[in-house]
Ligand binder design. Structure first.
Ligand SMILES: C[S@@+](CC[C@H](N)C(=O)[O-])C[C@H]1O[C@@H](n2cnc3c(N)ncnc32)[C@H](O)[C@@H]1O
Length: 610
């Protein structure tokens, strides 16, 4: 129900945003294409816009010089197509900022124009796309009788707005306030749909929680909308359960923490931009784009589960380890005494980074499977010292890892732009479009941590081919590869004494429980790390402790596990110099440097196209 839209950018006639584009908000009022609930948005509409900076302020005491302007607002209870005044208004009004909505009313809410968005307070405009079941008895709103009586309309949206306004008036930053309202409401009403949209004319904050949300940013403009128009703007879908903070300069998307999960204090204050203003400052150098379709988890995970768990022996691709918890656990693994690969690779990077910077003179560093980007700092330091680096472009399936790493790097590298992409490098290896001066310079692609060892031989061949086709003549590739070594050292690295790797391995079952409503009992499986001598690889497996049946209702699977039956969750291939060099050569990639740590446990390869 409802569709809404916000715009920031150069001043344009409002008609250019609301009625002119093919499949505009106007058309979405009677023919939405992506709306998940309700059909026609005929129960009113509204829009708010901001006066141009040189217009006289309407209320000088409230509008200090340079402060946010108070928006104008127009709302009607009729369908948007039934207002004869609208075409003239939209043709003659122009603005640099707009928030507009068409409404499909929820049963039990008022139908007059006071219930049409946008709601307004000071510089803020607000709209809600969604519904809160049993909203009149919503607990814990923090509203007293006076605030309840002052609700602008008898509707769930007006109630949400009142709870949000309280926070904004107390000075809580916009993003944090939106996230707080969504989390508390979702905790009390788990089926509530809470796509909220807020602007002060300088930044946009929005949540996607239960319905669709898209954004398009280009040429100094940004649009955020329930669904894309067909104007040709570069629309990107926002993942469900996300907070989006946008300015014309950058878009920042962060996962909304599930209800009840407390923020980690060490990250909150300095790493999370929490208002459009913060976003403006921080995200002018940090952007995070999502290339995964919104239904990626639903569709790709379903396909992998049907494919892998339906097979004999059963298997799952390792990328599903890396939800937010999995990414955290992997970070813990890298600090374990038994897990030598991270330390060995770090050692090589420290020794060779100046040489890598001198040889590549990279203006852009693109990293695949970047995770925490912790080791990458060595490269960033060297390339910055060499004076060539303009932009760091990490790419990972884990949005939370990218978000944490990206915001920390922006803080610690004041001149660096960080252009992060959430994508699956096996499905869609499109490197981020360079947006600054680095367009005209060499790139260094980094693929560290021996993540290449998680790909089996056919996957690796395909991936090398893909990399080669993506690289231009002056690009280089830095590849981290773990080497064949003593079996005991290897097994210990994947089966540590503290059980962190076991928790990481079992996390994939947790992902299936959460995403597909599966009923895996984690205690009924044992973690195993096995050295496969013939294939020269570590295999991480989960072994069923007893005979059991596991149900995965979302894919209609019922799996019988025999006692001792194993499920393969990760391959970690260990390499030898000759075979890896030959494999790369077959893909048109030439190894220019082969560096190892002092104990020759790990190799770092500098590779150029043939
Ligand atoms: C073994 S960790 C390595 C992390 C980091 N590069 C390091 O060296 O510490 C693998 C990383 O690749 C990411 N990843 C795994 N499969 C991926 C895929 N198909 N597409 C994109 N990222 C992937 C994971 O989210 C994780 O951050």
């Amino acid at each position: 129900m409802c569709r809404h839209l916000a715009y920031l950018g150069p001043s344009v006639p409002l008609a250019d945003l609301l009625t002119a584009p093919e499949h505009s908000l106007y058309e979405q009022s009677w023919a939405p294409r992506l709306q998940r609930h309700g059909t026609v948005n005929a129960d009113g509409f509204g829009f708010g816009w901001y006066p141009a900076p040189d217009d006289p302020p309407d209320d000088p005491p409230d509008d200090p010089p340079g402060g946010p302007a108070r928006p104008g607002r127009y709302r009607r209870a009729v369908p948007i197509w039934a207002d004869p005044n609208l075409p003239d208004l939209l043709r003659t009004l122009s603005s640099t900022a707009l928030l507009a909505a068409v409404r499909s009313a929820t049963a039990g809410t008022s139908q007059d124009e006071s219930a049409a968005a946008p709601f307004r307070d000071g510089p803020w405009l607000f709209s809600h796309n969604g519904a809160v079941p049993d909203w009149t008895r919503l607990p814990d709103t923090g509203l007293g009788p006076a605030e309840m009586l002052a609700l602008e309309a008898h509707s769930d949206s007006a109630l949400l707005w009142a709870t949000l306004v309280q926070r904004l008036r107390r000075g809580q930053p916009a993003g944090a306030a939106l996230a707080d309202v969504v989390r508390r409401t979702a905790a009390a009403r788990p089926t509530a749909r809470l796509n909220l949209l807020l602007t002060d004319g300088r930044g946009i904050a929005a949540t996607r929680h239960g319905d669709t949300l898209w954004y398009a940013r280009a040429d100094g403009r940004v649009l955020v909308a329930s669904e894309p128009d067909r104007s040709g703007a570069p629309w990107q879908e926002v993942p469900d359960h996300s907070l989006l903070l946008a300015t014309p300069a950058a878009v920042h998307i962060a996962p909304l923490r599930p209800p009840g999960r407390a923020p980690r204090p060490s990250h909150r204050a300095d790493r999370t931009p929490t208002s459009p203003e913060d976003a403006d400052r921080m995200t002018s150098r940090f952007s995070l784009e999502t290339r995964l379709p919104a239904d990626h988890t639903a569709m790709a995970l379903r396909a992998d589960v049907l494919n892998g768990l339906g097979a004999q022996p059963r298997w799952l691709p390792p990328k599903w380890f890396y939800d937010a918890r999995g990414s955290e656990l992997f970070e813990e693994i890298t600090r374990l005494p038994e897990y030598y690969p991270t330390r060995a690779e770090h050692e090589i990077l420290i020794r060779r980074a100046p040489e890598i910077a001198a040889l590549t003179r990279a203006r852009q560093l693109v990293e695949l499977g970047s995770g925490s980007s912790r080791k990458t700092r060595v490269l960033l330091d060297a390339l910055t010292a060499a004076g060539t680096l303009e932009c760091y472009a990490p790419l990972d399936v884990s949005a939370s890892a990218l978000e944490e790493a990206g915001t920390a790097l922006c803080r610690d590298y004041p001149g660096l732009r960080v252009q992060a992409t959430v994508a699956d490098f096996q499905r869609d290896l499109v490197l981020p479009e360079p947006q600054g001066p680095e367009q005209h310079g060499p790139r260094l692609l980094a693929f560290l941590g021996s993540t290449v060892g998680n790909l089996d031989t056919p996957e690796r061949r395909a991936f090398h081919g893909l990399l080669r086709r993506t690289m231009s003549g002056d690009d280089a590739l830095l590849l981290g590869a773990d080497l064949v070594k003593d079996r005991d050292v290897l097994v210990r690295a994947y089966d540590d004494s503290q059980g962190v790797t076991a928790a990481f391995n079992k996390n994939v079952l947790q992902v299936l429980n959460r995403e597909l409503n599966a009923d895996f009992d984690l205690d009924s499986f044992d973690h195993l790390a096995v050295w496969n001598e013939d294939e020269e690889r570590i295999e991480m497996r989960l072994r069923s402790r007893h005979q059991q049946t596991v149900k995965i209702p979302d894919v209609d699977l019922s799996l019988d596990f025999a006692r001792g039956e194993e499920l393969l969750t990760e391959l970690s291939i260990k390499f030898r110099r000759e075979s890896l060099t030959a494999e790369l050569a077959a893909a048109g990639l030439q190894v220019r440097q082969w560096w190892t740590d002092q104990q020759r446990r790990f190799a770092l390869l500098l590779i150029v196209p043939d």
